[in-house]
Write a protein of this length. Structure first.
Length: 208
């Protein structure tokens, strides 16, 4: 539960004023807690206001709907893929994805699965998640692929968006749908399997 003094110190956002990051953090944290604890249908605006101590009016000044808030909460625990430059674009992407994929466990993994399940049931939530959160996380990947095209590693006519979908799909399936065991051998086997699959995709995009 949030500290009552901290909640009291939250200043409601008014038009034209900077976003209140304290209020935002309090509400998002409360929403994440509820998503982890309850069935998604029970994560209501009333439950969120009760858990966070933030008024309904203040909440709606920041998020226009329950779906908008939940989409933001689900995204708040995800970290962006950080690219560490390797000798080739392929090795850069493989290394960066592998590091990010290993992090999709525990509470983050549980919330990823909830986002997928909720999105299948709620078109508005699925659209909000994509337009405001998921799509923007693709830009660093797109930039890396475009760099590979410019460097002559990949063909000029590579469909960047389709390539991202293929790579993301491989990692999602292997680490979320078909998660490895907790032992090192199982994780290593999964990493090798998805690495080989990405290389197969990459082979089709190479400059001839």
């Amino acid at each position: 539960m949030p500290d009552s003094g901290a909640v009291a110190a939250v200043v409601e956002r008014r038009p034209g004023r900077p976003r209140d990051t304290a209020l935002e953090s309090t509400v998002l944290s409360a929403t994440v807690e509820l998503l982890l604890e309850r069935d998604t249908r029970d994560v209501t605006v009333s439950a969120i206001t009760e858990r966070s101590g933030v008024s309904r009016a203040a909440l709606y000044r920041r998020w226009s709907s329950r779906e908008e808030l939940i989409a933001a909460a689900l995204d708040s625990v995800r970290s962006s893929i950080g690219f560490r430059r390797k000798d080739t674009t392929l090795e850069t992407i493989l290394a960066s994805y592998e590091e990010a994929a290993i992090d999709v466990e525990g509470r983050v993994g549980a919330l990823v699965k909830k986002r997928v399940a909720m999105g299948l049931e709620n078109d508005e939530l699925r659209a909000l998640s994509w337009n405001r959160h998921v799509s923007r996380r693709r830009e660093p990947i797109a930039a890396e692929i475009r760099r590979g095209i410019s460097a002559g590693e990949l063909a000029q006519d590579v469909d960047v968006e389709a390539m991202i979908d293929l790579i993301n799909g491989l990692y999602y399936y292997q680490f979320v749908v078909r998660p490895p065991g907790s032992d090192a051998a199982s994780i290593a086997e999964t990493k090798e399997r998805v690495r080989n699959a990405v290389k197969m995709v990459w082979e089709g995009a190479l400059r001839r």
